[in-house]
Write a protein that binds this ligand. Structure first.
Ligand code: HSE
Length: 436
C-alpha cells in the first residue's frame, strides 16, 4: 500500500480570526450556480461576504441589472488574479482552465472555493496540499451531492466511526430521469431534456447518464470517508441509457425501482466501487429519492447507518453549499477534515449481490430452457423468471432474478450465453442493491 500525504486539511486559516473586513469574492463562471450564488450574496443576509468580481468569457452577454453596480464584470482572468480578492470562487466547471486558475490563486495566497467535482476528483489532493503550504483554504462542499452537506457530514461528522460502506444517489439528473420514467412514463430522452431545462445536467449530459459525474463524486467521497486514494477512472461506470420502461415493470414485481447507484465498500483489502443503474427496494431511502434528490447512506462499524438526503442538483441548492463554504472561509472556520494520509488499494466492481437480468431470447425453439441451463452450468442460481410482453418491443424480453453471487460470474455466464447464440441482443444486468 502506498501512502500519499496529499489529502490533509489546511490547518492554517488564510484570514485571521479577527478579520473585520468583508471577505472579497471573485466569482468565475456566471452560469446556473454562479447566478444563484450572486442572488444569495446580493441579499443582505451575509455582510461578511462581498462579491467584487464576476468573470465570464464574453462577459457582456452575461451582465444583469440586478447585480450591484459595485461589482466589476470582466472577461480578463489576469485582472481577477491580480486583484485584492480574498477568495476565488470557481464555478466554471471542467478541469482546465479551472485547475490553472485554482493553482495560481493559491500560489498568490488566495483561498479557493469550488463546486467542481471533476477538478477535485482529478487534482484535489495536490491542491489541498498546496493550500496547506500556502496557508490558504480550498473548500469544495458543493462538489458532491449539491445542497446536501455530505462531505462535512462524513468528515468530520462521522470521523469517529470506521466507515465500511457508502451507497447513494449522487447525480440529480439521472435521478430526475429515472424517477420521471417510473412515475410519469416519459421517455428517457424527454426526461433528460426536462432535467437540462431545470439546470440539473452537465454541459455535456453524457457525463451524467454515463455515470462519469457520479464516479468523480464517489472518488471524492471514498477519499474523504475511507482515506483511500482512488482515481475516478478506476471506478467502473455503466450508462443508464440501457434502462427501458419494461425494466421498471419487472423491478416493481420484485418490490424495487431503478436508480443510478454509486457505491463503495472495502473488502479484504480491495475497494469495491461502481456507478451503475441498479434495482433498489421501493421502501429504501434510495428508492424514495424523487426528482433531483441525492441520497447517501453510510454504514459505520460502530454507528451503523446514517442517511443524508436532499436536493442534489440545481442552482439554488448548490449555491447554498457554496455560500456555506464561503462563510466558513470568511469566518476562518474549518469546514471539513480530510483525515490521515491516503492509501492506494486495488479497485474492482465485483460486488456480491442479487442480480436482475433482462434478456431477449433468440428466436429458436428451446432458447429459454437452453439459457437457463447455460446460466445454471455457469454457477448462476436463478430465483425467478418474469415475463411481460411489451407491445413497443420488437421482440419480447424476459427478466431473470438471480441468486446472490459475484457480478463477474453472472457477466461471464451471460457473455457465454450470448456467444452461444441464445440471445437476440446483448443482455442488461443490474445489481439488486441490498436494502438497509
Ligand atoms: N449534473 C449534476 C447532477 C449537477 O445532475 O447531479 C450537480 O453536481
Amino acid at each position: 500500500m502506498n501512502a500519499s500525504p496529499a489529502f490533509e486539511i489546511s490547518k492554517q486559516p488564510a484570514r485571521p480570526l479577527a478579520a473585520q473586513q468583508p471577505c472579497r469574492i471573485a466569482l468565475l463562471g456566471f452560469g446556473t450556480v454562479g447566478r444563484a450564488v450572486a442572488t444569495i450574496l446580493q441579499g443582505s443576509s451575509f455582510p461578511q461576504l462581498r462579491l467584487e468580481f464576476i468573470y465570464n468569457r464574453r462577459v457582456d452577454r452575461k451582465r444583469v441589472a440586478w447585480v450591484s453596480p459595485q461589482v466589476h464584470w470582466t472577461d480578463d482572468i489576469e485582472q481577477v488574479l491580480a486583484s485584492d480578492a480574498d477568495v476565488l470562487l470557481e464555478l466554471a466547471g471542467g478541469i482546465e482552465p479551472a485547475y490553472s486558475w485554482a493553482k495560481r490563486a493559491l500560489l498568490l495566497g488566495k483561498s479557493v472555493v469550488t463546486a467542481n467535482k471533476k477538478l477535485i476528483a482529478a487534482h484535489g489532493p495536490e491542491l489541498l496540499e498546496l493550500a496547506r503550504r500556502q496557508g490558504c483554504r480550498l473548500e469544495f462542499g458543493a462538489a458532491v451531492a449539491g445542497g446536501v452537506p455530505v462531505l462535512c457530514g462524513v468528515s468530520p461528522g462521522l470521523s469517529g466511526d470506521r466507515l465500511l460502506q457508502l451507497c447513494g444517489i449522487l447525480n440529480g439528473t439521472c435521478n430526475y430521469i429515472l424517477h420521471a420514467m417510473e412515475s410519469r412514463g416519459v421517455t428517457l430522452q424527454a426526461a433528460l431534456k426536462e432535467a437540462q431545462q431545470r439546470g440539473y445536467a452537465e454541459a455535456e449530459p453524457s457525463d451524467d447518464v454515463d455515470g462519469l459525474d457520479a464516479r468523480a463524486k464517489l472518488a471524492i467521497l471514498v477519499r474523504t470517508g475511507f482515506h483511500l486514494q482512488v482515481d475516478p477512472e478506476q471506478i467502473a461506470a455503466q450508462s443508464v441509457l440501457d434502462v427501458r420502461p419494461a425494466d421498471f415493470r419487472y423491478a416493481r414485481e420484485l418490490g424495487c425501482t431503478i436508480r443510478q447507484v454509486a457505491r463503495a465498500e472495502l473488502k479484504s483489502g480491495t475497494l469495491l466501487a461502481e456507478v451503475a443503474a441498479a434495482l433498489v427496494s421501493v421502501n429504501s431511502p434510495l428508492g424514495a429519492a424523487r426528482n433531483n434528490q441525492n441520497v447517501l447512506v453510510t454504514t459505520g462499524k460502530y454507528g451503523g447507518e446514517t442517511v443524508f438526503a436532499g436536493a442534489g442538483a440545481g442552482g439554488a441548492p448548490t449555491a447554498v453549499a457554496v455560500v456555506s463554504d464561503l462563510l466558513a472561509v470568511a469566518e476562518s472556520r474549518p469546514v471539513a477534515s480530510r483525515g490521515p494520509a491516503l492509501v492506494a488499494v486495488p479497485v474492482s466492481n465485483d460486488f456480491r449481490c442479487r442480480h436482475y437480468v433482462r434478456v431477449v431470447p433468440a428466436e429458436k425453439t428451446d432458447a429459454i430452457a437452453s439459457l437457463r441451463r447455460a446460466l445454471t452450468a455457469g454457477g448462476v442460481g436463478l430465483r425467478g423468471l418474469l415475463h411481460h410482453p411489451d407491445p413497443h418491443d420488437r421482440r419480447p424480453s424476459l427478466a431473470l432474478a438471480v441468486e446472490e453471487c459475484s457480478t463477474q460470474l453472472v457477466e461471464k455466464a451471460l457473455r457465454q450465453a450470448h456467444d452461444a447464440g441464445l440471445l437476440a441482443e446483448p443482455p442488461l444486468r443490474m445489481s439488486i442493491v441490498p436494502s438497509s
